[in-house]
Design a protein around this ligand. Structure first.
Ligand SMILES: [Zn+2]
Length: 440
């Protein structure tokens, strides 16, 4: 019913509801002006009172004769983002997973590695007024025997037809063996509709030792000598570059090579012989990332799902905390991402709250600004001012005082129209337990 209504509205406005890769999300929202009253509105400095007006899916100047919607004392925040998750990857689950994101207040999702075989059909169900807006990289660039090749072999068991990971080359990942492979892989990605490029660096400081070692199958990444050329070639094509990293050396190489986004903090998982030094970012690394405008995605929650002794997890959390504090102090742009297949970025917010790295007002700001910082930097999102997209949540309590208030969503509006939220379940995947997942 609702979809039919939007389809009619969109058709009247000459908009296509389903666009190809990189197409503008249709901006629905009728010609009527709505005056929202009785609310406190989020700003980076704190909440402010006053009425706000919406027309055509965006905040507009005050208009006489507007229809009034009383938000009854709500605290209004821009909708949240998820900067790293792979769970919007199949058409079978896309709509129900999208519903769970919306119910958590997350309207924008970035998927840094998806199968080209499935993504177009999943994408066709998304980027609508009543679903999340999602961005996809398609398969990432890795080395022979690199991550995530082994992972896709493992995942194939669940499809009923087990195959070696290598069977998914050109679909779930692209192998860069020599410099001559760079342009063809990027050309293929663009033809498949990639909206950015995902790359893999894993213990790049040990590249030579790992590259032909069977013990490190699936636990290695791109050749650090080729890496700067890969980033440059993607940029020449107008594609931003995200990177999976493991170590502080990977972080340093990524920043020096000009990447746009780092998908993890170093050291979400440590090999048994490692020490904190392998994963600790230096002040010089942090300042270089800040100067280059590199975005760092947090993904601290993935550590909780890995089977490690409690003492090792405590060491990991201590390094994550130190790295986050250093990055924050240096002015590096942080984005909230969970990489938690069974959950949304709310799981990352809850983990960060438990780690007590940031106060609640800062945590809220990071989640609110994740869409602008990481997902849709060219859209007017993460704000509630004139010209901003009218995608927002009305909360029943002040989330800068207690971040848990972000769960108390009284009403949600997307593209300037009210959303019907479905109840939040334990996991975004129907029938699956909460937590866990696969780290890409
Ligand atoms: Zn991932």
């Amino acid at each position: 019913m609702k979809t039919a209504m939007w389809a009619a509205l969109a058709a009247a406005a000459g908009l296509a509801l389903v666009g190809p890769a990189g197409a503008q999300t249709p901006r629905a929202g009728g010609p009527e002006t709505i005056r929202f009253t009785g609310a406190q509105w989020w700003t980076p400095q704190g909440f402010a009172g006053g009425d706000r007006y919406v027309r055509g899916g965006v905040f507009v100047a005050p208009t006489k004769g507007a229809r009034v919607v009383d938000l009854a004392g709500a605290f209004v925040v821009p909708a949240f983002g998820e900067a790293h998750n792979h769970n919007l990857d199949t058409p079978e689950l896309a709509k129900s997973v999208s519903d769970q994101y919306l119910a958590n207040g997350v309207f924008y999702v970035k998927n840094p590695n998806s199968r080209a075989a499935f993504t177009p059909a999943a994408r066709a169900l998304l980027n609508r007024p009543d679903t999340v807006d999602a961005k996809f990289s398609m398969g990432g660039l890795t080395a022979e025997g690199g991550h995530p090749i082994r992972l896709y072999g493992f995942l194939s068991r669940f499809s009923g037809k087990e195959q070696p990971g290598e069977a998914f080359e050109g679909d779930a990942f692209h192998v860069i063996r020599t410099a001559a492979d760079i342009e063809p892989a990027l050309g293929k990605l663009q033809a498949q509709g990639a909206e950015f490029v995902k790359t893999y660096l894993l213990h790049s400081e040990q590249y030579d030792a790992r590259k032909d070692d069977k013990a490190h199958y699936g636990m290695r990444g791109l050749d650090p000598k080729l890496y700067p050329a890969i980033v440059k070639a993607a940029h020449r094509r107008g594609l931003k570059v995200s990177v999976h990293i493991e170590t502080a050396a990977d972080f340093r190489l990524a920043v020096a090579s000009g990447v746009d986004e780092i998908n993890h903090l170093p050291g979400y998982m440590w090999a048994s012989s490692d020490t904190a030094q392998t994963y600790t970012i230096t002040p010089a690394d942090a300042h270089a990332a800040a100067r280059a405008g590199v975005v760092v995605v947090t993904t601290t929650v993935v550590t909780n799902g890995i089977n490690l002794p409690p003492a090792r997890k405590a060491q990991i959390k201590a390094v994550q905390t130190a790295n986050l504090r250093l990055l924050q102090a240096a002015g590096v742009k942080l984005a909230i991402g969970s990489d938690n297949y069974m959950q949304t970025s709310r799981s990352e917010i809850e983990n960060l709250a438990a780690m007590k790295v940031f106060d609640d007002a800062t945590l809220l700001r990071l989640w609110v600004e994740t869409p602008k910082v990481s997902i849709f930097p060219n859209r007017k999102v993460s704000c509630l001012d004139r010209g901003c997209e009218a995608d927002f949540l009305a909360l029943s309590a002040d989330p800068t005082k207690d971040i848990a208030a972000t769960k108390a969503i009284k009403a949600a509006w997307k593209d300037g129209a009210p959303l019907t939220l479905v109840p939040v379940q334990g996991s975004v995947i129907p029938g699956a337990p909460g937590g866990g997942g696969h780290v890409h």
